[in-house]
Ligand binder design. Structure first.
Ligand code: C2E
Ligand code: MG
Ligand code: MG
Ligand code: MG
Length: 282
């Protein structure tokens, strides 16, 4: 019942007030206090190897529990945090929390898990991301190759030379680099070749809604083949059905992520789920 009340509040908020300047200001004020009030939490969504069906790791996804408005989705508050500069502090918190929770999970479960963290455009330009990542890895003890940073095409091509330099410095730390929401942007694989990337994530809109359309299927297949030709591994987002899972597996897509396997979960629920599978397979 509490959950339902939360959802209703959220709907009301979205329908009636989301566009007004007052709400935007109120959200911004509340965002300024959210970190110190511990209102953020990370949920984790498993990633699954489509050949072995083993969990290879998970994506960290931020959640904001506003004391009055309930849970506010990241797509609603991350843009505000970016505009008012708060993303610097929030982004650092996400890195710290994701790496320390993952290192603890690895210790408790005795298996390697890679955590993916979403990086916003501002983190690439306005903070010393390389220094932050190095510090967080040092503090938490997480091996560099068990951290993956998710970047978007648009932020990479904003200033290609500067981005390439930052990405190269991140590679020295051993971290994995992936392009998020691939297929929605405009830069294409030829551009991506200029960056030291390890993988790409096929956008959900693409996978979920169009995976039955013959042409889209051909395009998905072509993306996967091209990515592999460039030595990039491919994760499909938004895998919701066995049918789509099977198509992707036949296309040699490396990994899948989506509601079919699990929704984003609080850390202790993810731990329980992984602990209850003998071989962590789905
Ligand atoms: P994203 O990085 O592309 O994350 C995937 C989104 O798809 C998540 O939404 C996830 O809950 C959702 N999803 C996963 N599987 C399925 C599925 O099978 N079906 C459907 N319908 N949805 C699925 P979420 O958690 O609301 O996050 C939305 C976006 O907010 C993320 O997109 C990311 O761009 C941003 N975001 C989330 N956490 C962070 C963060 O810590 N930092 C930054 N900068 N951005 C974040
Ligand atoms: Mg992502
Ligand atoms: Mg994204
Ligand atoms: Mg995405």
């Amino acid at each position: 019942r509490a959950k339902e009340a939360g959802r209703n509040r959220c709907c009301f908020y979205r329908m009636e007030m989301s566009e007004t300047a007052n709400v935007r200001r109120a959200l911004e004020d509340a965002l300024h206090r959210a970190l110190e009030r511990n209102e953020f939490v990370l949920h984790y969504q498993p990633r699954v190897n489509l050949t072995t069906m083993q969990c290879t790791g998970m994506e960290a996804l931020i959640r904001w529990n506003h004391p009055e408005l309930g849970q506010i989705p990241p797509l609603q508050f991350i843009p505000i945090a970016e505009e008012c500069g708060l993303i610097d502090a929030i982004g650092l918190w996400v890195l710290q929390e994701a790496c320390s929770q993952t290192q603890r999970l690895i210790n408790r479960l005795g298996i390697p898990l890679r955590v993916s963290v979403n990086i916003s455009a501002r983190q690439l330009t306005s903070v010393d991301l390389v220094k932050q990542v190095q510090q967080v890895l040092d503090e938490t003890g997480l091996p560099g190759d068990l951290l993956e940073l998710e970047l978007t095409e648009s932020m990479l091509i904003e200033d290609m030379a500067a981005s390439a330099a930052i990405l190269s410095a991140l590679k020295v730390l051993g971290v994995k680099l992936a392009v998020d929401d691939f297929g929605t942007g405009y830069c294409g694989l030829a551009y991506l070749q200029r960056f030291p990337l390890d993988g790409l994530k096929l956008d959900r809109s693409f996978v979920t809604e169009n995976a039955k359309d013959k042409q889209t299927l051909n395009v998905i297949k072509a993306f996967i083949d091209l990515a592999h030709a460039l030595d990039l591994s491919v994760v499909a987002e938004g895998v919701e059905t066995h049918e789509v899972q099977e198509i992707l597996r036949n296309f040699c897509c490396d990994e899948g992520q989506g509601y079919l396997f699990a929704k984003p979960l609080p850390c202790h629920e993810l731990e329980g789920m992984l602990a209850s599978f003998s071989h962590i397979t789905f």
